[in-house]
Design a protein around this ligand. Structure first.
Ligand SMILES: NC(=O)c1ccc[n+]([C@@H]2O[C@H](COP(=O)([O-])OP(=O)(O)OC[C@H]3O[C@@H](n4cnc5c(N)ncnc54)[C@H](O)[C@@H]3O)[C@@H](O)[C@H]2O)c1
Length: 337
């Protein structure tokens, strides 16, 4: 069976993808520098799949480490998750993001090229579209990111495009995720953000469990039916399965393909909060707060291309996302320890 190298393997999306890969019989090698994850993830993956994944701790900016990995393991394709992802941090510390996202990816690509590995699945983001004027967003919509994090993804996408133009052996699936949420239904792996969460779901579950005094809704005067922002939330298990579909499609594609991974449906912040309370039978205080800078009003994906090229579509519902997120939070009130 083909060996798949997964960077950022112990992170939120990486860990769920490892579970799906192992369950499908793939042989994997995970790498991570543990900047935003825990080694305990590997034990949890073993509890779910019965197999402890092959893993090496290291940084993808370390050329020697990468070459060593490529020499030790016969890698067929790379799924590249490693990177930083907090928009507000990227505004405060842009150089950190250019180094760990853009430069790190360049170093990974060079190591892949040197070792003759030219099949890649890359974690991009809907942030490359910026404040899109039209919904649903298709892959042809204008890309105009509005913060340093989004710009690192945008520059990486262009680097990948140039690379694939320079050498027709490259096969690249550039996946633009919408909003991955939820957790594995076992409650053994999930999202474990450091500090005050920036994203809606961890904020919601931490408020529900009593770690935060109130659920803050940023902005209630947007041009949407209830005034709060609309996003396309996708269950992380569906997203992980999207990577299996991408691996299966990779051999048959030419050059680089850009593909949205979302559900194609938008939900407002208030809809999420109210459905969370109902599905999980919990109560907490909800407070309206001023808008955050840079939040677009409406963002959801057109998923036609994913269905066509990957033969994949999301299956889990909003209720599944909210139930699984709460199950994870309750079973792991302090995340991984
Ligand atoms: N979660 C989201 O909302 C979202 C949305 C769109 C795109 N993405 C992208 O998907 C990818 C995975 O996101 P995630 O939510 O799993 O994030 P995460 O922080 O949970 O996982 C990323 C992992 O990469 C590791 N890492 C970071 N820098 C590294 C380096 N230099 N070398 C080795 N390991 C390194 C971290 O320790 C972490 O385990 C990221 O590239 C992110 O930008 C995420």
């Amino acid at each position: 069976m083909k060996r798949i190298l997964v960077t950022g393997a112990t992170g939120f999306i990486g860990s769920h993808t490892l579970v799906e890969l192992i369950d499908r019989g793939y042989s994997v090698i995970g790498i991570d520098n543990l900047a935003n994850s825990s080694l305990d993830v590997l034990n949890r993956i073993k509890d779910i799949t019965g197999i402890r994944p092959e893993f090496r701790e290291g940084d993808i900016r370390d050329k020697e480490f990468l070459n060593h990995i490529f020499q030790m393991f016969e890698v067929d394709s790379v799924i590249h998750f490693a990177g930083y992802k907090a928009v507000d941090e990227s505004v405060r510390e842009p150089m950190l993001y250019y180094s760990n996202n853009l430069i790190a990816t360049q170093l990974l690509l060079e190591a892949m090229q040197k070792n003759g590995i030219k099949k890649l699945i890359f974690s991009s983001s809907c942030t490359v579209y910026g404040d899109s004027k039209y919904v649903p967003i298709t892959e042809e919509s204008e890309t105009c990111p509005v913060n340093p994090y989004g710009r690192t993804k945008y520059y990486i996408e262009n680097m990948l495009r140039d690379l694939s133009c320079s050498d027709s052996h490259w096969k690249i699936l550039n996946l633009r995720y919408f909003n991955p949420v939820g957790a594995h239904p076992t409650g053994l792996i999930g999202e474990d953000p450091l500090g005050i969460p920036n994203n809606l779901f961890p904020f919601l579950t931490q408020t529900a469990i009593g770690k935060r005094d109130a659920m803050l809704v940023f902005g209630s005067d947007y041009d949407t039916p209830d005034g709060t922002c609309i996003r396309d939330y996708i269950h992380v298990v569906d997203l992980a399965k999207g990577h299996l579909a991408a691996l299966e499609a990779l051999d048959n594609i030419q050059g680089i393909n850009f593909i949205n991974l979302g559900t194609g449906n938008g939900s407002s912040v208030l809809e999420i909060v109210n459905t969370f309370k109902k599905v999980n039978d919990v109560e907490f205080i909800v407070e309206m707060a001023p808008r955050r800078k840079g939040d677009a009003a409406k963002v959801w994906a057109d998923t036609t291309k994913a269905k066509k090229v990957l033969k994949w579509k999301s299956e889990l519902t909003l209720e599944d996302m909210l139930r699984d997120a709460w199950n994870w939070q309750q079973k792991n009130p302090n995340g991984y320890i």
